[in-house]
Design a protein around this ligand. Structure first.
Ligand SMILES: [Mn+2]
Length: 198
């Protein structure tokens, strides 16, 4: 089964997708069968390859809900779950049949990663959930690893390769290991933002 994971491109979206992917891998899904797509409520993908679709940390596009509607129409038969923690879904749900509505898990958690965590329960990844909460609420302290992801992403917001590296780094255990190519990629991206700041 091929999966497409559509997730927000910030720290919360990165951690959410890493948690979900770790769950899929534990269930025997191969890495090569997982397509990751970074998106925003107003910028949703046109085409998704997966036979199964998972959407994480993507709010309803409140400025124009038809965008979300059109996207949902394309994926609804393949949708496994849509997990989010933003407000604004109530109106949108009124138009949906129960069978589709049932695929949504909408919480009021401070980060979507916390909602995904409640579903996947991979305790060794919990520190990243705390980083996602700190990043999304802009309060609390991010760990060094959280800062690494945050700064690496911000070094080039248009570069999804950094986001991909962050997701696969977490899935691989998130260790500060210079033999880990994803870790090295993140460190290099982080250095770039630190250089720019000075
Ligand atoms: Mn979020």
């Amino acid at each position: 089964m091929k999966f497409s994971i559509v997730t927000h491109g910030d720290v919360d979206g990165v951690v959410s997708s890493a948690l979900y992917i770790a769950k899929l891998i534990r269930e025997g899904i191969k890495r090569d069968d997982i397509q990751l797509v970074f998106a925003q409520p107003f910028q949703l993908p046109d085409e998704l390859k997966g036979e199964a679709v998972v959407v994480l940390d993507i709010a309803v596009n409140n400025a124009d809900q038809s965008l979300t509607e059109v996207f949902l129409k394309k994926i609804k038969d393949r949708l496994v779950v849509w997990i989010d923690h933003h407000e604004g879904w109530v109106e949108f749900f009124k138009k949906l049949p129960e069978s589709v509505k049932d695929k949504f898990i909408i919480s009021n958690d401070p980060a979507a990663a916390q909602t995904v965590y409640a579903l996947t329960g991979l305790t060794d990844m919990h520190s990243f959930v705390e980083d996602a909460i700190a990043a999304d609420t802009r309060s609390g302290k991010m760990s060094e690893k959280g800062k690494l992801i945050d700064e690496a992403i911000k070094s080039d917001p248009n570069d999804d390769f950094t986001r991909l590296a962050a997701v696969w780094w977490i899935v691989g255990g998130g260790k500060e290991d210079i033999e880990d190519e994803n870790y090295v990629k993140l460190r290099e991206a982080q250095k770039k933002i630190c250089r720019d700041k000075s």
